[in-house]
Design a protein. Structure first.
Length: 576
């Protein structure tokens, strides 16, 4: 084989006119380039033969936008792979690093995400680079719909096929990966689930639904499908499918006929893969009215009075999942009118409310609750909602806002209403600032409602009934009269309580839906005097609040059990 560089050197040294010599040199360079490209293609072809894969030259090959867009330009460059042909079920991809292990894993993810088979071809690096230039010609179009396409008809169809959550396990074995994710999400919506948990275990993949606050096993899937399932979910929620060792958060939206469901997705690395939790946020929840919170007469009137005050602070307390945000949204819905400027500061914004300015904090950019609250107060608001008071700086700014003409509503993580006072002081808040700022403090939990279709009257065990009587004996006198509670606790009392045995309507769970149980107290001279003396224990504050007439959460729950709304067992499960 002749040496191309020597040939070029000999030709360019020949004595010819200058212009002709330059033209000849350019032609020879072009010829050399063609020969070298041909040699590279021959090398690639030989490598493909030795590796046992197909070879292709993509120079001049017609690649459609639908094919090349299967793989993002970033992933194409990272994995040195490009899709040059695609049908509904198949795709042909090409790489000049066909034996790369990372490429093999990426190929599996693509197959799972798009539910298709791929065939790998070997190309030369030059051929790949020419094809990669086609990305610059792709139109920059953002898809109008992103996520799972589930219609109201789909929901009804799944309801007819899945009578209970456990029926999902049978149906899930009959569908492909693309339909599997849609089936799981639609089944969760029809089951009124608030969260979907998909967890990779050693031998299988477990799917669980959180329905009315309780996790229910829904289905198990063979572990071999895990990669395809997680890839599909990440694709829907705009997450990076090639990242498996770091937490990721994303979301997608499902538009139903009368509702919209935002699905917030969280992926967390675990020992056997990843744990995925999808929270279903229904827009209808944000429309809950203040009147439908489930407050009893006296508590409703008390809170209504405090909400209508032009300034001060209303704080709702409870653990995660106790409905605090829903209560705040119901208060905002009551206050929302054209003459009131309302701004919220949340982490994150879960529901979007019309007519209200909602701001989301971002810790990565230094946008904290304290910093955001300072900015909000320069926006001339009438009502401010702070998603959570976590530190002294946020607490002090919120209190100053409440003392200077703003109505501030917020949440605090404590076990009950009385615990909010020592919690504020633990943060470093001064007593002389807190007591005039507080309008009301709410403690709350969520209890499941008995299914009305299968509920039946029951007799409580003697020990349980005595426990109920002891708790209700501490009610304010006017509340005891309403339930005909005996003046002497030792006198006989035969109340009616209910329980449900489970039916198709409640999917055999015995409960359908949830409501809040509450305790509410306001500042009074006795509590203020106790605080000024340094008596800030939770027990002391609760004792004074009950003397003021506060109905505790457990008492409120038992009163609702007497009304046949929930069960004694459920109240004790949640609060005692």
């Amino acid at each position: 084989m002749f040496n191309l560089d020597d040939l070029l050197s000999q030709q360019t040294s020949s004595k010819k006119p200058q212009v002709a010599e330059e033209n000849q040199e350019e032609k020879l360079k072009d010829k050399l380039s063609e020969i070298r490209i041909k040699e590279k293609e021959e090398e690639a072809s030989q490598q493909a033969y030795q590796a046992g894969v197909s070879y292709i030259n993509l120079t001049g090959f017609p690649i459609s936008p639908e094919a090349i867009s299967l793989i993002s330009s970033q992933d194409a460059m990272n994995y040195k792979v490009i899709c040059f042909y695609r049908t509904e079920r198949d795709a042909k991809i090409a790489s000049y690093q066909a034996e790369d292990e990372n490429l093999a894993k990426f190929r599996e993810k693509i197959e799972g995400a798009f539910d298709l088979k791929t065939e790998l071809f070997l190309v030369s690096e030059n051929s790949f680079n020419l094809a990669y230039k086609l990305y610059s010609a792709l139109p920059k179009i953002t898809p109008s719909i992103k996520g799972v396409k589930i219609t109201a008809e789909d929901i009804e169809n799944f309801k007819s096929r899945i009578k209970t959550v456990k029926d999902l396990n049978q149906e899930i074995q009959k569908v492909n990966i693309s339909e599997l994710v849609s089936l799981v999400v639609a089944s969760a919506i029809s089951s009124r689930a608030s969260d979907i948990h998909i967890e990779a275990e050693e031998l299988n993949v477990k799917i669980r639904f959180r329905i009315d606050g309780v996790l229910i096993d829904a289905a198990e899937i063979d572990k071999k499908f895990w990669e395809k399932i997680i890839s599909r979910i990440k694709l829907l929620s705009s997450l990076k499918i090639n990242i498996t060792d770091q937490p990721q958060d994303g979301r997608f939206t499902i538009d139903l006929v009368k509702d919209k469901v935002d699905v917030r997705v969280s992926c967390l690395p675990t020992a056997y893969g990843e744990s995925v939790v999808m929270r279903l946020l229904r827009s209808s929840v944000a429309e809950l009215s203040f009147e439908n919170l489930g407050l009893r007469d006296s508590a409703f009137e008390l809170l209504k009075k405090e909400v209508e005050r032009p300034n001060g602070m209303i704080v709702t307390t409870g653990p995660t999942g106790s409905g605090k945000t829903t209560t705040l949204y119901a208060v905002l819905n009551k206050l929302n009118n054209p003459g009131t400027k309302i701004i919220t500061l949340e982490d994150p914004v879960e529901y979007h409310l019309k007519g209200i300015n909602q701001s989301q904090i971002d810790m990565t950019k230094g946008y904290t609750f304290a910093k955001g609250l300072r900015s909000i107060l320069r926006q001339d608001p009438d009502v401010v909602m702070v998603g959570e008071i976590r530190d002294l700086e946020t607490a002090e700014i919120a209190i100053q806002a409440a003392l200077t003409g703003h109505l501030v509503i917020s949440t605090l993580h404590t076990n009950d209403a009385a615990g909010a006072i020592p919690r504020f002081f633990a943060l470093g808040v001064k007593p002389y600032l807190l007591t005039p700022a507080i309008n009301a403090i709410i403690g709350q939990r969520l209890v499941r409602k008995i299914c009305s279709k299968c509920k039946e009257e029951i007799n409580l065990e003697p020990a349980v009934l005595e426990r109920v009587k002891k708790i209700l004996s501490e009610l304010p006198q006017e509340e005891k009269k309403k339930i005909n509670f005996p003046e002497d606790i030792n006198q006989p009392w035969t109340p009616k309580f209910y329980q449900s045995k489970g039916c198709p309507e409640c999917q055999g769970l015995g409960y359908f839906g949830r409501l809040g149980i509450y305790e509410i107290f306001t500042m009074n001279p006795a509590i203020e005097e106790s605080i000024s003396k340094g008596e800030i224990s939770e027990y002391r504050i609760k004792e004074l609040a009950q003397k003021q007439g506060m109905v505790t959460m457990v008492q409120d729950g038992l009163l609702k059990a007497l009304d046949g709304i929930t069960s004694v067992e459920e109240v004790f499960r949640v609060i005692e």
